[in-house]
Design a protein. Structure first.
Lengths: 335, 322, 340
């Protein structure tokens, strides 16, 4: 296994709220190898976005405490002085957010904002930055880039804006791109275009972390998958292993409850009982236990993420998970 | 752009016409009020009344009287006061304008500077002790009425402390900028501060809210993810967007103040500006002067509105196509 | 996967039931400010909804599917065309005449947060339509509200809570209970699950299925998620730029799309490869559409899809294809359909 590009160890994010200290990310560890695409999936409140914001130290509220280690090329980002951290953001690690409609400052042209990103990290002339912005925009598939550069964000459609945001993120050729639900706000046909674009980037050697709730998107593009629940990792492994032989009951639920466009049609969808756990209400033991059909006494205790390359945090016997999955579904159907 | 300007101009004319008609009707068509009786004074005999009526043209039909008045005001520019016969309206307004402009422009510079500094500082220091402190200063400024504050300032600088601390403060009144710039500034200093204090507080509060909202926007997060410095994020992104509503408000306030809304400050500090002129004319129910000042005020408010619209479009690209 | 879970049909059952709702050439145009154009949100839509079925309406943002939904229950006035509900033309009824018809058709909205009055208790929200339509005295209303809460899977303890105290899924249940209050025949659901987490989405979809079975409801189910629409619908209308481009039985539509847009839409959905049917059979050909959806205020001549269609020919620019029935029972608006 090559030296990881990003190695996060025991990341913990706590928010001070009126209800007391709330743990949004609880001892999360994961790594991203160079050129790899890591898909991070989970429902709202799973801590998937918060943990990535913490990696880039974008949680600026004074009520947040972040602990653990975020090693990027061997340097702990959490211990870097602000100035050096700024040099990492945008230059070495770039981030793309969910809603392209609000991600750009409305009063500047798209080109100005891309040039600003370039000039924040490199000593280049305005003219050169401008020329590079044109190249970037046409690279991400915006036709007539030279003139579209002078357009304001509101003059772009959602898909175009997301392309522009991605172009901006790529402006300093970062070695890692973190994309937080980059296609959720977009229509499927536009989503397909953006996913193609991301695949191209990956083929060009960029490593990526793709945060999404859409199992389909992960299945299309990720090399490895991290399933999060209640601020913790529930399962992690190579895509094929996770999708073809999911080990954690939560992953089963995520895969089964999505209605597909192909395959057999089910009269009733398998569901996960209850609602996603909210930060603040996470039990001591297994976070998923209250919703799990196969919970037992051991679940009172917190399971550790264990395994070889395909890891999971579950107390069920590791031998016949596929059989357990079928029996869990039968219990639901019977109830 | 030309179409836009023409449209604005036409609507400005319409507004001014409507206002002048309204003012005219309030004075001449209000039942039970006879302007002739007012001009002639108390207990005038019917013959005098009739003579007054004739000499002021009050015996002619209403529309004619309106047109005559407008003609005197705008074309011949020789409309005379009803109260001080022989004193013309237009020169009075022309004389008063620089006083008001001096007061309002100076105060505006002070309050915008102070308001932006205080608002931005409070927003960035949010969550620390300085934020509520700055806002408290703002509230105090907002809650002090200009006439009271002006009187207190006068009391301190002209009487109580005049012999010691404020011996350099000139007596109330106005000195033209052309006459003696130093004295002009000295005379205007306390009026400026008094007027600015009120607005600085309002603007600081508003701007603080806007900047705090902007700092939570997605685009600020994007800017941070780009690796920009906090300073640049604050000034070029958050503050830049927050200024848009502030500027439009400023235009309206500025227009109203130049139009005569600085009346209280002018009266307290004995500044013969538009506000004072309007104030005196209203006390005497001197219609021609009222008509002149109201139209003048309407002109500035409408002008300020138009300028705000143009500025708004410059500041906010989203407004350009609407 | 146990056998009883799987729907027995591999082909679509022949449509059964009487026509409950019939839309004929429905148009809804909005004026565009400052320009002489109009925004053709819905542009000549004709369809029939059969009693007891679920008609899915699918399309991308801006295709007019939500506007169509509002036209169907006359929450918005039509520009032209007619809508018949239960054999009665409701598109021209006066507000007073419309009132007795209203209880029979209800709407469920996308955003449960925004469609529930935050200052009213859940029980009162559900009781409101009952009071408006004079259901009965206070105790009858109370009984009915409890019953409705039970039906949608909410507890009696929830009656006195305010909307913000519920989770997204529970709020959608309140919205559904409110829609059910007046015993409607037809429910138009506009993106009812798109704001929900996947696990909650499945629960609400199952609830929709249960209610249909229990009360014989007819649904018009509007959504952008092709998996969701496939799951709930008997027949599906695909919309593009305010027009229906294809209307077919669910199985036929997904296995054999006839309109190039349907085909592209389906191929754009990222499949979950879970090993069950990946290796056998060819994977679907992916067609990535280029360009953007034109503005509904500036529609192309002829076929609305021709600017992005990989199969477009000269005829497509000249003549607008009509939605025409094919031998197989499906309707397609295309000069060169991909399937019969």
């Amino acid at each position: 296994m090559p030296e990881p590009l990003l190695d996060v160890r025991d990341l913990r994010v706590c928010f001070r709220t009126r209800q007391g200290l709330v743990t949004a990310v609880d001892g999360l560890s994961f790594s991203v190898a160079p050129g790899e695409v890591l898909g991070v999936v989970g429902e709202s409140g799973s801590g998937k976005s918060v943990s990535m914001l913490a990696v880039l130290r974008l949680l600026t509220s004074p009520n947040v405490t972040v602990s653990g280690e975020v090693l990027f090329r061997g340097r702990d980002l959490l211990a870097l002085p602000d100035k050096e951290m700024r040099a990492v953001r945008g230059r070495e690690i770039a981030m793309v957010f969910q809603d392209p409609m609000t991600a750009l400052t409305p009063v500047y042209t798209v080109g100005w904002q891309i040039a600003e990103a370039i000039r924040a990290h490199e000593q280049v002339s305005r003219k050169e930055a401008h020329a590079r912005a044109v190249r970037l925009l046409s690279d991400v598939g915006i036709p007539d880039a030279a003139s579209r550069l002078n357009a304001y964000p509101h003059e772009f459609s959602g898909g175009m804006r997301q392309r522009a945001v991605i172009a901006m993120a790529l402006s300093c050729s970062p070695s890692l791109l973190i994309a937080d639900e980059p296609t959720t706000a977009l229509d499927v046909t536009v989503q397909a275009q953006i996913l193609d674009l991301m695949r191209e980037l990956n083929a060009g050697g960029s490593a990526m972390v793709l945060i999404t709730h859409d199992m389909g998107v992960v299945s299309q593009i990720a090399d490895r998958v991290l399933v999060m629940y209640g601020g913790r990792a529930a399962e992690e492994g190579p895509r094929r292993a996770v999708f073809h032989g999911p080990r954690h009951p939560y992953t089963w639920g995520l895969l089964d409850s999505v209605p597909r466009v192909g395959g057999p049609r089910l009269r009733r969808l398998p569901t996960i009982a209850g609602v996603p756990v909210a930060p603040g209400g996470i039990p001591e033991g297994c976070a998923f236990a209250p919703r799990c059909r196969l919970r037992h006494d051991l679940c009172e205790e917190r399971p550790v993420l264990s395994g070889d390359t395909h890891l999971d945090a579950c107390w069920l016997p590791s031998g016949d998970r596929a059989g357990l999955r079928v029996s869990a579904r039968d219990t639901e159907a019977a109830s | 752009m030309l179409v836009f300007a023409l449209k604005r101009f036409a609507s400005a004319l319409l507004v001014m016409f409507a206002i002048s008609v309204l003012v005219f009707l309030i004075f001449f068509a209000t039942p039970g009020v006879d302007p002739a009786a007012r001009i002639a004074g108390r207990n005038a005999d019917p013959a005098t009344l009739a003579q007054v009526r004739h000499s002021f043209g009050l015996d002619r039909p209403m529309p004619i009287r309106y047109l005559l008045m407008m003609r005197h005001l705008l074309i011949d520019r020789d409309l005379e006061s009803f109260v001080n016969r022989g004193s013309r309206v237009i020169p009075q307004i022309i004389q008063a304008t620089p006083v008001t402009l001096s007061l309002v422009i100076g105060a505006a510079l002070i309050w915008m500077t102070a308001g932006i500094l205080m608002g931005t500082a409070a927003a960035t220091l949010r969550g620390r002790a300085a934020d509520p402190l700055i806002m408290l200063v703002g509230v105090v400024g907002v809650s002090l009425p200009a006439y009271w504050l002006g009187e207190v300032v006068n009391l301190l600088t002209q009487k109580q402390l005049h012999d010691s601390l404020f011996s350099w403060v000139p007596p109330p009144g106005y000195v033209g900028l052309g006459q003696d710039p130093g004295q002009w500034a000295l005379h205007m200093l306390f009026p400026w501060l008094t007027l600015a204090l009120l607005y600085a507080g309002i603007y600081a509060r508003l701007l603080r809210g806007e900047v705090v909202t902007a700092l939570n926007e997605d685009y600020v997060r994007t800017a941070r993810a780009k690796g920009l410095s906090e300073r640049r994020i604050l000034l070029r992104h958050a503050l830049r967007c927050s200024l848009i509503p502030i500027v439009s408000l400023f235009g309206l306030d500025f227009g109203a103040l130049v139009g005569g809304a600085a009346l209280l400050t002018e009266v307290v500090f004995g500044l013969p500006g538009i506000g004072k002129l309007t104030f005196d004319a209203l006390q005497n129910l001197d219609l021609p002067v009222i008509m002149g000042t109201v139209l003048y005020a309407a002109f500035f408010v409408v002008l300020a509105n138009a300028l705000v619209d143009i500025l708004y479009a410059r500041l906010d690209p989203r407004a350009r196509h609407a | 996967m146990t056998a009883q879970d799987i729907v027995a049909v591999d082909t679509d059952a022949p449509p059964a039931g009487e026509v409950l709702l019939r839309a004929t050439d429905v148009t809804k145009h909005y004026p565009v400010r400052g320009r002489r154009q109009v925004l053709r949100a819905v542009d000549g839509v004709s369809l029939a909804v059969l009693g007891g079925e679920t008609l899915g309406v699918v399309g991308e943002s801006g295709c007019g599917k939500s506007t169509l939904g509002r036209c169907l229950v006359r929450l918005t006035e039509l520009t032209s065309g007619r809508v018949e509900f239960d054999g009665r033309d409701i598109s021209t009824l006066s507000a007073r005449r419309l009132r007795p018809v209203r209880p029979g058709m209800q709407l469920v909205f996308q955003d449960p947060q925004a469609s529930l009055n935050p200052r009213r208790r859940a029980g009162d929200i559900v009781a409101e339509p009952l009071l408006v339509h004079r259901y009965g005295n206070a105790s009858a209303v109370r009984r009915r509200v409890r019953e409705l809460f039970d039906v949608v899977g909410l507890a009696a303890a929830h009656l006195d809570r305010y909307p913000h105290e519920f989770s997204g899924g529970q709020r959608q249940r309140i919205g559904i209970a409110r829609a059910l209050a007046t015993n409607p025949k037809l429910i138009v659901a506009d993106e009812p699950v798109s704001a929900l987490d996947v696990s909650i989405q499945a629960q609400v979809l199952n609830l929709f299925a249960d209610l249909q079975e229990e009360f014989g409801l007819t649904y018009v189910f509007i959504a952008h998620d092709l998996g969701v629409v496939r799951h709930v619908s008997d027949r599906i209308a695909v919309m593009y730029l305010g027009e229906i481009v294809e209307l077919a039985g669910t199985e036929a539509l997904y296995s054999d799309p006839a309109h190039p847009y349907t085909q592209a839409l389906l191929s754009a959905v990222p499949d979950i490869d879970d090993g069950t049917f990946a290796e056998d059979g060819p994977t679907r050909e992916r067609i990535v559409l280029t360009g953007e959806v034109p503005s509904p205020a500036d529609k192309p001549t002829g076929c609305p899809f021709r600017t992005r269609c990989p199969y477009a020919q000269d005829l497509c620019a000249v003549e607008r294809p009509r939605l025409t029935p094919k031998a197989s029972g499906r309707q397609v608006a295309c000069h060169f359909p991909l399937a019969g």
